[in-house]
Design a protein. Sequence first.
Length: 874
Amino acid sequence: MSKTFNKLTSFLVGTALAATVASAAGGELQKVMKARGLTENDVIRAAKTYNPTGGRDEFIVFSSGGQSGQVIVYGVPSMRILKYIAVFTPEPWQGYGYDVDSLKILRQGNIRGREINWGDTHHPALSEKDGKYDGRWLAINDKANPRIAIIDLHDFETKQITVNPVFKSAHGGAFFTQNSDYIIEAAQYAAPFDNFYHPIEEYKETYRGGVTMWKFNYKKGRIIPKDSFTIEMPPYMQDLSDAGKGVSDGWGFTNSFNTEMYTGGIEVGMPPNEAGMSRNDTDFLHVYNWKKLAKIAKNKKNVKIVNGHKIIPMSVAVANNALFLIPEPKSPHGVDVSPDGEYITVCGKLDTHASVFKWSKIKKLIKNKKYVGRDPYGIPILDMKSSLHGQIELGLGPLHNQYSNVKGEIYTSLYVDSQIVKWNYLTLKVLDKENVHYNVGHLAGMEGKSADPQGKYIISLNKLAIDRFQNVGPLHPQNHQLIDISGKTMDLLVDMPLPLGEPHQAVAIRASKLNPHVRYPMGTNSKTGKIHVGKTLAGQERIERRNAKGKIDPKGKFVTIYATFVRSHINPERITVNKGDEVKIYMTNLERAQDETHGFTVDGFDVHSSLEPGETTEMKFIADIEGVFPYYCTEFCSALHLEMMGYLMVKDPKKTYVSAKKLKMKTMTTAELKAEYKKTVAVNDATDAVIQSVVAFLKENKFGEHKVVADLVTDAFDQYGQIPAQKKLADAEYKKGNIEKAILFENMIWQLMVKTADVGIRAKDALVRLVATKQSSSAQAGERAFGEGGCSGCHVIGKVSSGPDLTGVLQRHENGEKWVTNFIMNPEKMMHDPYVKAMIDVYNLKMPNQHMNKKETKDIIEYLKWIDTNANLF
Ligand code: RUQ
Ligand code: CUA
């Protein structure tokens, strides 16, 4: 490990960087470094991982959430968490498991009719085309309750959970084949395929291992169980798997431990499992031709049906030359196929070596039927030596591998040594080692297991954090460490604590390959992708009461509410039902604006739904207790979010209720009401004038040519378009003399106008940025300094605020640039200038000294020049 070289270059670069930045920031950086005890190397590493606000990451990582049963999404290099995707476990924020539609997905994971509400997510896999990630689907397995879930990367939601009908645990999944035709899932602990009792003494006869090939419909993004099959395997503990690709496409590789078929029995005086299961020097790498087996499985004669699922017996696979074993060093762990498919690296775990098998050698042995023997189940065994490209000593506890963009370059985790080794699987040479903290399991390279690895970074997924973070009690977070692999040697950049289960494995993809939606087509059931039966548009909101036959019936016990959500009200706002009624609420979020999610709950009923723009969901419960239950929007969606509420009132039909005596309260006189009405209308007219000026500006500058702006304008008009209906109601009430109600409707108009103006102004700002001339980097820095240095506290461009509008300020004075520069840097010295004096009188304020340095002042001048060139836009 050439650490000295590494440190030296970093130091030189670091000093140079620090010097430039320091001279620019007047030693500010050095001050911060000193105060925080940072070295130059630290600063470089920080700069390599820092994302300024609004900045994006180059890669997106999908990490298993371990025992949380979820998937964790974060960015690289910033290591900022972006999302937890609910998969096998209820997740309240997303409403997963708390509304009817998501509960249906969660319940697909029932095993033998029983609810399972957790999962041990292990291996996420991204869908592939020609072995390359395409960013469309994500699959992940549950080791504890053998299941595979499919997540749609258009909305990052779980769409399907498939239970393995014959396995009792499953570790070696999920792995896509190179064109996503199948997903591989290998069993872990051998067990009977059926659901009956079989004594452990009959282990060899009745317990089985296996590999399930799940047929995947890429277009729909669903597993098709009826077209899937399991390859029966001996009761060895099948472990990790990988699909062949390129030259080895069509084949699968799964390694194993406990080929001893030891079954322990501490309680009856036998040595424990760990002793017996690691007795032999070698275990078996299973090599199978899944493409051939998929064809064979189509013929009924070749399969056995267990629990409604197709099994290809070992004998059939062997008779068709589709299943082989190769000895591998004992109790191995990772098996990883190289980007071209020619090399298969198996790590030793209990052995300090990695073994690199060569596909062309294996293929030849298979073709020539050169076997060294058969296992007790009749499976042909290939000679280990003749299958190997070579072996290499890496260190203690080698586990998992990832590839980089450099040919032959491979990275391996060393669990016991707590190190990452960089080596070459072609030349079998170790190139570098890096310490990690501590006990690394998997590694995540950037597309590092695809046919197109990107290099740049490796993430070390450590099992233990020990002393790396603030002590938060005996249960520590796990630690993901980001390592820069772009240089000659590795450089550990940053730690990320993950407090959500043991994240086993992660896969990373270029962010540019992901294409998620920002909204759903109106009324979508996101779980099915179809229009929801409960889709409700504005004006269609209603409450229906039906009988058991589904007929409208005022005496029925089934109440259906068709509700809509839009800033900032829920329609309806009052729901009264009888105790014992079955209440079903369909909810549609009418918003089309990006990120305008509403949430919904009825207090006390253990229900929650998250409604993304355009989404419809369903909620169901029995109103089995009497009382008054507020319901409300659970996302802080708007300034009037707290007002986004209503009441569910449950009355007992067996009770008689005595009305409360009405309180006498002072009411307004007609004259007072009329005055308030007039004032409200006047405010609305003034607000509308502002909106019209923004609209005129948007039209003049052809907003339609810019998608971002056009989307915002659509959203603004969604709000504005609701005004005429409210106006009609207001006018009608006024005519009838209901001035109080007329005022309320006028108020609603004002709310809609404020929302319109809010988005309209955002659209205008976005448009200004798009049509204005490009800012020089100095003007950009100037705008930042203007904002952060406090100038914007008093000066608003294009408007007179608590200070004068600065548009044209450079023209207002002779030698304008110099004048403004002096005024910014030494305002005190110019207080007697007659112009400044006059300004002080007008604004009742003195220009303060904001202690801008020369560079900042110069940048601000550039920014002011940019404003002048684009003065027509402000
Ligand atoms: S396996 S730490 Cu569960 Cu992926 Cu190796
Ligand atoms: Cu909608 Cu808060």
